[in-house]
Design a protein around this ligand. Structure first.
Ligand code: SF4
Length: 351
């Protein structure tokens, strides 16, 4: 009672005015929750406006080309979120008559909707008392209650879910969930939480026991896998050769340049000895005009080390196939590309 009263009172007085908080529309809440996963609010807000403007309803999103959805998402990263959102919309249109399910249990059946998103939609749009647990909630509960189970362990997840549901305000579940998340984002922050002004301080286990810095506990992550991408820039005044990434891998269905991937850093000479080189260039004699410095791009579980190699070959001389296609530059601008590619295109003014 103490926790839920204090935290909802704090929320009423400190909440940020965000566009998705002015609606109870489950579609808008769904979009906002997916955009905000692994994204800061300041960055996510413009993406939210643009997404809702272009795809204002679940039907519009279901009918949209995947390429357009990925283009709108470009720069946000974690592109499977965008692909899954569209697939989820198709699922709702095909199997639920275009109506987003109203219960946590049914929401979980929609492609791409996991426990957190289902709980957020069910509680905020449909008042179902189910706890939505994001990183902020883990931190607040862990510190306030003194839970030392690792938040990324199987047992930890069970313990936190149970405690979160016990504390839930069943009369206003949507407000309560948002209150805990907002409190974690603004007050009980990872570094330097505002304990001096905290309404929960008198009952906070971590503060009382000097464990604020130690909680929450997280198991160390496996080290990142490192991959080396050598991209070939095959371009002339009008056109460029691009590769559509169709494999089940990062950046699926987005566009990059023809690439040779290696496990270690490879010199251009070494690259010419690979079978991928033959696939791209055949027996053609190719000169290297320029090689970029290495660029490191970090993903959650992978480190991608990228070099861009400008070559003398022209798009019109290349054999196009399922993977590689020639695009004129204005067409290419409309295609969804991963962030390091977009940055390089802009830096080099390629198109
Ligand atoms: S007292 Fe500090 S650690 Fe405890 S809930 Fe408040 S802000 Fe978080």
């Amino acid at each position: 009672m103490f926790f839920r009263n204090k935290i909802t009172y704090w929320y009423e007085n400190n909440r940020r005015d965000l566009p998705w908080r002015r609606t109870a529309d489950p579609y808008n809440i769904w979009i906002s929750e997916v955009i905000l996963q692994q994204t800061r609010i300041n960055q996510g807000i413009n993406y939210y406006y643009r997404f809702i403007e272009l795809f204002p309803t679940v039907e519009k999103l279901a009918k949209a080309d995947e390429e357009l959805v990925l283009k709108v998402w470009q720069g946000l990263g974690y592109y499977s979120r965008a692909r899954n959102l569209r697939q989820g919309a198709i699922d709702v249109v095909n199997n639920y008559n275009g109506k987003i399910p109203t219960s946590y249990k049914e929401l979980l059946k929609i492609k791409g909707i996991g426990e957190y998103t289902a709980a957020a939609i069910a509680s905020i749009a449909f008042n179902e008392p189910v706890a939505a647990i994001d990183g902020n909630v883990f931190r607040v509960l862990s510190r306030f209650l003194g839970i030392s189970e690792a938040i990324n362990s199987t047992r930890g997840k069970i313990v936190f879910r149970q405690k979160a549901n016990e504390l839930m305000d069943i009369h206003q579940p949507g407000t309560y969930n948002q209150a805990v998340m907002e409190f974690g984002a603004l007050a009980c922050t990872p570094k330097k939480p505002d304990c001096d002004n905290c309404p929960l301080a008198s009952h906070c286990f971590a503060l009382k026991n000097k464990l604020v810095e130690q909680l929450p506990v997280k198991l160390p992550k496996n080290s990142k896998r490192t991959r080396f991408f050598s991209y070939f820039i095959i371009i002339d005044n009008e056109s460029i050769l691009l590769n559509k990434r169709t494999q089940n891998d990062i950046w699926k269905n987005m566009f990059d340049f023809p690439c040779i991937e290696t496990n270690i850093e490879a010199s251009p000479e070494k690259l010419t000895e690979t079978s991928e080189w033959l696939q791209i260039f055949g027996a053609k004699k190719v000169e290297i005009n320029k090689i970029s410095k290495n660029i490191t791009h970090l993903l959650t579980h992978q480190k991608i080390v990228i070099q861009f190699i400008h070559v003398s070959a022209k798009p019109s001389e290349m054999a196009v196939n399922k993977q590689f296609s020639i695009y004129n530059k204005s067409e290419a601008q409309k295609l969804p590309c991963p962030k390091p590619i977009v940055i390089y295109i802009e830096k080099e003014n390629l198109f």
